[in-house]
Design a protein around this ligand. Structure first.
Ligand code: SF4
Length: 458
C-alpha cells in the first residue's frame, strides 16, 4: 500500500478541481474555465486509484459527523443534479431519520437530460473521487449499502472496475452496487431512482415522504448527484474555506458544465462560479448568437446578440436575478440562423413523449401543449396556439405526480417571454431567421425525430 501514500498534496486552485489527471483537461482561459472532456469522453485512461491518491491525497479518516456538517456548511456545497439543494441540509434530513433504520447512500449518475455529458465524463475519468465521497459519508452515517445509478454502459464498467480496485486493496467494506439506469427523461428523478434500485420500473413514485426519510426499501436515503459526492470528497480533504476560494457571492467551488449547440468546441468544461458566460462561450468557440438555453430543458432562455452581452457570472445570485438557474449544468447555444421558438418546440415535443403515462394531466395534457406550441413555432396558426396554451396549461400545471409537466411549462413560459418579438413575427407568418432551419440543435439525433409540421397541422 506504500505506493498509495502521498506526501504534501497541494489543494487545487482555479477551475480544475474535479478534473485533475483527466486526459483532455489541458486548456485554461482566464483562470476560470477549463475544457476537460469532449462529448464522447471515450473511456481511455481512467485515473487509477494510485494516480488518484497521487493527485489528491488520501481521503481523511476520523472526521466526525459534526466536523463534516460544519465543513459542508462553510463550503455551501449545493447539489449538482439540477435542484441545487444545500447538501448539508440533505444530510441533516437523513440523519434525523436514521435513529431507527440504517441509511442507504445513492449516487445518481443517470444524467437523463440527453445533451448532458458531465456526469459521464466524471464517471469515465475519475470514478474514485465519487467513491471517496460515497465512502466518507457512508462511514459517518454507518451505512452498509450504497448504489451508483448509471445510464452510460462504459461509465458503469469504469465504475465497477474502480469498485473492484478498492475492494482488492481492502480499502472499503462498504457494499457498493452499480445499478443500470434504463434511460428516459424521468428515470433520473429521485423516486424513479429508488424504484429502479428496488428492482421496479424507473418511474416516479407518488409519495408525500421525501427519500431522505423513506427511500430505498423504506430506509432513510441520502441521494445526490455523482458530481456532488465528488465535491464532498474534495471539501473533506481541503476544507470549506478552500472550497469557497474563487467563488462568487454564496456560490462556491467549481462545477462541471456541458456546453453544446452551435459552437466550435462542444464538450464538458469545469468552471468556477466567477466564470462569465463570455469567457465560457469564447473558450467554446461561439460565433454569432441568438440565444442560450441555461440549465437544460427545464432551465430558461437568455436572448443574446453578441458575446459582449454576456458579462454575467454563473453564480446563482446573478443567474436568479435574470430568472435563470444553472440547473443540471448545461448551456445550449443557438446561433443567429436558428429560430429559438422552433428549437424550443422540438424540445417540448420530445419532453411530451417522455411522460411516464401515470398521471392524466401529464399524459394527456403534454401532447396538447406540444401541438399548440408547434403551431406557434411554425407560424401555422399562432393565435390559435396561444389560445390553446392558455386553456390547457392550467389543467396540467401542478397536477403531475412529479415535476415533469411543470418543467415543460416553465420552458414554454421562458420561450414566450424572452422571444416575444420572434413570436410577433410568427403571427404574421414571418421569422427573424430567413429560411430558419427546423433541424434540432439541442436534441441529439438518436432521441429525436421531429414531426413538428405534422403535429402543428393537427
Ligand atoms: S407527472 Fe408525468 S412524468 Fe411525472 S409521474 Fe406523472 S405521468 Fe409520470
Amino acid at each position: 500500500m506504500s505506493e498509495l501514500i502521498s506526501t504534501s498534496i497541494m489543494a487545487p486552485l482555479g477551475p480544475r478541481r474535479l478534473s485533475l489527471g483527466w486526459e483532455q483537461a489541458q486548456r485554461n482561459v482566464n483562470g476560470n474555465v477549463a475544457f476537460v472532456a469532449d462529448l464522447d469522453s471515450k473511456p481511455r485512461t481512467r485515473v487509477s486509484l494510485a494516480e488518484h491518491i497521487s493527485n489528491y491525497g488520501r481521503i481523511p479518516t476520523g472526521m466526525t459527523l459534526g466536523m463534516i456538517l460544519e465543513t459542508l456548511k462553510v463550503s455551501n456545497l449545493t447539489g449538482r443534479g439540477g435542484a441545487g439543494f444545500p447538501f448539508a441540509k440533505k444530510l441533516e434530513a437523513v440523519i434525523s431519520s436514521s435513529s431507527k433504520r440504517v441509511p442507504v447512500i445513492v449516487a445518481n449518475g443517470s444524467e437523463s437530460e440527453p445533451i448532458s455529458k458531465k456526469d459521464v465524463a466524471l464517471l469515465r475519468n475519475n470514478p474514485h473521487l465519487v467513491l471517496d465521497g460515497i465512502s466518507l459519508v457512508a462511514g459517518i452515517l454507518n451505512a452498509k449499502n450504497a448504489y451508483v445509478y448509471i445510464k452510460d454502459r462504459e461509465a458503469a464498467a469504469t465504475m465497477s472496475a474502480a469498485i473492484r480496485e478498492r475492494r482488492d486493496r481492502g480499502l472499503s467494506e462498504l457494499r457498493i452496487t452499480v445499478v443500470d439506469s434504463p434511460g428516459g427523461y424521468v428515470s433520473g428523478q429521485e423516486t424513479a431512482v429508488v424504484r429502479r434500485i428496488e428492482k421496479g420500473p424507473a418511474l416516479p413514485r407518488f409519495s408525500t415522504e421525501r427519500v431522505a426519510s423513506s427511500g430505498v426499501k423504506g430506509a432513510p436515503t441520502l441521494l445526490s448527484n455523482v458530481e456532488t459526492f465528488a465535491h464532498l470528497a474534495l471539501i473533506a480533504r481541503f476544507g470549506g474555506d478552500w472550497y469557497r476560494l474563487g467563488g462568487v457571492s454564496k456560490d462556491a467551488g467549481s462545477r462541471l458544465l456541458t456546453v453544446v449547440g452551435e459552437i466550435e468546441r462542444p464538450g464538458v468544461y469545469e468552471v468556477t462560479s466567477a466564470a462569465t458566460l463570455t469567457e465560457i462561450l469564447r473558450e467554446a468557440g461561439a460565433g454569432s448568437l441568438k440565444g442560450l438555453l441555461v440549465g437544460g430543458y427545464f432551465g430558461g432562455w437568455l436572448g443574446v446578440n453578441t458575446l459582449a452581452d454576456l458579462d454575467i457570472t454563473l453564480d446563482e445570485t446573478t443567474l436568479n436575478s435574470k430568472r435563470l438557474s444553472i440547473g443540471a449544468g448545461i448551456i445550449g447555444v443557438l446561433a443567429k440562423n436558428t429560430c429559438p421558438v422552433v428549437e424550443a418546440a422540438g424540445i417540448v415535443e420530445y419532453l411530451a413523449s417522455q411522460s411516464a403515462g401515470q398521471c392524466g394531466p401529464c399524459f394527456n395534457g403534454l401532447p396538447e401543449i406540444s401541438t399548440a406550441f408547434a403551431r406557434i413555432a411554425l407560424s401555422s396558426n399562432v393565435d390559435r396556439g396561444l389560445t390553446e396554451l392558455k386553456a390547457v396549461i392550467p389543467l396540467v400545471e401542478g397536477r403531475g405526480g412529479c415535476q415533469h409537466p411543470d418543467g415543460v411549462i416553465g420552458l414554454i413560459r421562458s420561450t414566450v417571454a424572452v422571444f416575444s418579438d420572434e413570436i410577433k413575427l410568427h403571427k404574421v407568418g414571418r421569422c427573424s431567421v430567413n429560411g430558419a432551419s427546423h433541424r434540432s440543435v439541442l436534441l441529439p439525433n438518436n432521441v429525436f425525430a421531429s414531426n413538428l409540421t405534422g403535429i402543428a397541422t393537427r
